[in-house]
Ligand binder design. Structure first.
Ligand SMILES: CCCCCCCCCCCCC/C=C/[C@@H](O)[C@H](COP(=O)(O)O)NC(=O)CCCCCCCCCCCCCCC
Length: 218
C-alpha cells in the first residue's frame, strides 16, 4: 500500500503543475516563491519519469529548488514569500553578487534567474507542443525552444549534452500519455490554459529583474 502511494506521489500530472501556476500570482501580481518552486518540483517529476538520460538536467533543477526551499524555510524565510520581497530583501542587504562570483554564490536572486530562463524554454516548448501535429517530433520542438532561449546562456558542453538528451525524448503520443491528462485533445486544451499562465509569471519576473538590473547575474 505504502509503496503504491509513494509511486502515486512520484507520478507527474500536468493538472497539478497547472494548479501551482494558478496559485503563483497574488492579486497584486506578486509571484509567490512557494508555488513557483512547487511548479518546478512537479516538472522535475515529469523529467524523472522520462528516464535517467535526463538526470543531469533534473539534478541541476533539484539543486536550485533546494537552495530556494532552504531560503524559504530559513530564519529570514518571511522575506522570501514573494519574488518581489526576495529581490528587495537581498538587494537591500547586499546578499547578491552583482557583477562577479563572490561571497553569495547561492543567492535567491541568481538561483531563481536560472530557473526563470528555463521557464522561457518551457513556455516556448509547451506552446510548440500545443500547436503540434501527430507527426511532430518532440525532440525537434524541444531543441527549437531551447535554441531560442536557454541555449543562449549555456556554454558549448552543456548545449551539446542537452542536444543529445533531446534526441532520446519519447514521441508525441508517449509524451502526452505521461502528462496524465487524458486523450490528446484534452492535453492540448490543458496546454492552452497552462501556457498563458506560465507566460504571465515569466513576464512579471522578467520585468522585475530588468527593473533591478538583475538579468545578467553571474
Ligand atoms: C522534456 C525535455 C526536458 C528538456 C529540458 C530542457 C532544458 C535543458 C537544460 C539543460 C540544463 C543542463 C544542466 C546544467 C545546467 C546549468 O549549467 C545551468 C546554469 O546553472 P549555474 O549557473 O548554476 O551553473 N542551469 C540552468 O540553466 C537551469 C536549468 C534548469 C532546467 C530545468 C528543466 C526542467 C525540465 C522540466 C521538463 C518538463 C517538461 C514538461 C512537459 C509537460
Amino acid at each position: 500500500m505504502a509503496g503504491s502511494e509513494a509511486a502515486d506521489e512520484q507520478k507527474f500530472c500536468l493538472q497539478e503543475v497547472l494548479d501551482t501556476y494558478r496559485l503563483c500570482l497574488s492579486p497584486e501580481k506578486e509571484v509567490y516563491l512557494e508555488h513557483y518552486v512547487a511548479g518546478w518540483r512537479g516538472l522535475v517529476k515529469f523529467l524523472n519519469s522520462l528516464g535517467s538520460v535526463f538526470g543531469f538536467i533534473s539534478k541541476d533543477a533539484v539543486t536550485k529548488i533546494q537552495i530556494l526551499v532552504a531560503l524559504l524555510n530559513g530564519e529570514n524565510g518571511s522575506q522570501y514569500s514573494t519574488l518581489q520581497s526576495m529581490v528587495k530583501y537581498e538587494l537591500d542587504n547586499g546578499l547578491v553578487d552583482l557583477t562577479k562570483r563572490g561571497p553569495h554564490p547561492d543567492s535567491g536572486c541568481r538561483t531563481l534567474l536560472r530557473l526563470h530562463r528555463a521557464l522561457r524554454w518551457l513556455e516556448l516548448f509547451l506552446e510548440r507542443l500545443r500547436v503540434s501535429t501527430e507527426d511532430s517530433k518532440t525532440s525537434a520542438l524541444c531543441a527549437e525552444a531551447y535554441n531560442e532561449s536557454l541555449a543562449q546562456h549555456h556554454p558549448w558542453v552543456v548545449r551539446k549534452a542537452a542536444g543529445m538528451a533531446f534526441l532520446v525524448l519519447p514521441g508525441r503520443p508517449t509524451f502526452f500519455e505521461v502528462m496524465n491528462v487524458g486523450p490528446p485533445e484534452q492535453v492540448v486544451s490543458m496546454l492552452g490554459e497552462a501556457v498563458p499562465l506560465i507566460s504571465e509569471v515569466y513576464k512579471i519576473t522578467e520585468e522585475l529583474y530588468a527593473e533591478h538590473n538583475l538579468l545578467d547575474l553571474p
